[in-house]
Design a protein around this ligand. Structure first.
Ligand code: ASP
Length: 312
């Protein structure tokens, strides 16, 4: 058994482990753990108290995948609901679809009785207003939102802007694998922007035959390179987990980056060998959470940082 999570998974990894130890499924473990992170007040990039878009609206993305069947569900730009990971799971279980976005996602969440709630706290709203006010004249602020948000979306494309998706990957005692991701996405993003988190194959993938992978960071790059699915395809060709993740990092390195940023890949194979690598154009390290069957408690570990040498 294994649970692998991003640095933001701290509030949920013990609950995920407990589900596995009690004989529960990887799918239940991932959902239970992520729900706790969505409720955690100190995680401003997931669920409640999360960073809003340029208009000050919190739009949440989440996805979940069942490695037994390759069933998957996801939601994008969901507003007003506390647990997008559970709505994503209901999409997977109750609809013939995989991905719902915006109003349709909200309608579905209401139909299945998902919990509604206020997502934007005063503190986070102040942070949003301060960020904008520091970059515009008092007249521009008084007339916000501007007619065109495009120049502002480009200005948010800086590596200091807050990121911090949560992902949890798990394998249970029946050798079933599941993966889940939840996020408010890029802080101050253009309204309607989806990152990699709700895109199955980009930010999330699970397949009992090969393993699981998820990404955090600059979601546009993980979408363009199809990173999570790539890792599993590389595993399928017979590469080790180390080489599979290295190959996915090479794909990121080969793609043109118009903005600075990082992509962190979290993955394990079907023998529960894991690898966490952060490909970065902004420097800095990366940590992650790990629990394996022989450990008393989850541990925070340092991932491998792969600095880009080519210009951003
Ligand atoms: N991957 C997320 C996104 O692009 C953001 C993050 O992980 O910080 O929406």
């Amino acid at each position: 058994m294994i649970v692998l999570g991003s640095s933001t998974a701290e509030a949920g990894i013990v609950a995920a482990r407990d589900v596995l130890v009690q004989g529960g499924s990887a799918l239940d473990a991932v959902e239970a753990g992520i729900r706790l992170v969505e409720s955690a007040p100190n995680v401003h990039s997931v669920g409640q108290d999360a960073w809003p878009n340029l208009l000050g609206q919190v739009e949440l993305d989440a996805s979940i995948m069942d490695g037994r069947t390759l069933d998957a569900g996801s939601v994008g730009a969901l507003r007003g609901f506390l647990h997008p990971i559970s709505v994503a799971r209901r999409v997977m279980e109750e609809l013939p679809h995989v991905l719902l976005v915006g109003e349709g996602a909200g309608r579905f969440a209401g139909e299945v009785g998902a919990e509604r709630g206020e997502l934007l706290s005063d503190e986070v709203r102040e942070g949003w207003a301060e960020w904008l006010q520091a970059r515009m004249s008092p007249e521009e602020w008084a007339n916000w939102p501007a007619d065109t948000l495009v120049p502002w979306a480009k200005r948010t494309a800086d590596p200091e802007t807050a990121h911090g998706t949560v992902c949890l990957l798990a394998r249970d005692m029946r050798a079933s694998i599941a993966a889940g991701v939840s996020t408010s996405g890029w802080a101050w993003k253009y309204p309607g922007r989806l990152g990699d988190s709700p895109i199955i194959g980009a930010g999330n993938y699970a397949d009992n035959r090969h393993g699981a992978a998820a990404c955090t960071g600059f979601g546009e790059m993980a979408i363009r390179c199809g990173t999570a699915r790539s890792v599993l395809l590389y595993l399928k060709t017979g590469l080790s987990i180390e080489d599979a993740v290295r190959a996915a990092v090479q794909d990121l390195d080969d793609a043109a980056w118009r903005y600075r940023g990082r992509v962190t890949i979290y993955s394990f194979d079907r023998s529960e060998e894991h690898r966490v690598v952060s490909y970065t154009r902004v420097g800095g390290g990366c940590s992650y959470w790990l629990w394996q069957g022989d450990m008393d408690a989850p541990e925070r570990r340092q991932g491998i940082t792969h600095d880009a040498h080519r210009g951003a």
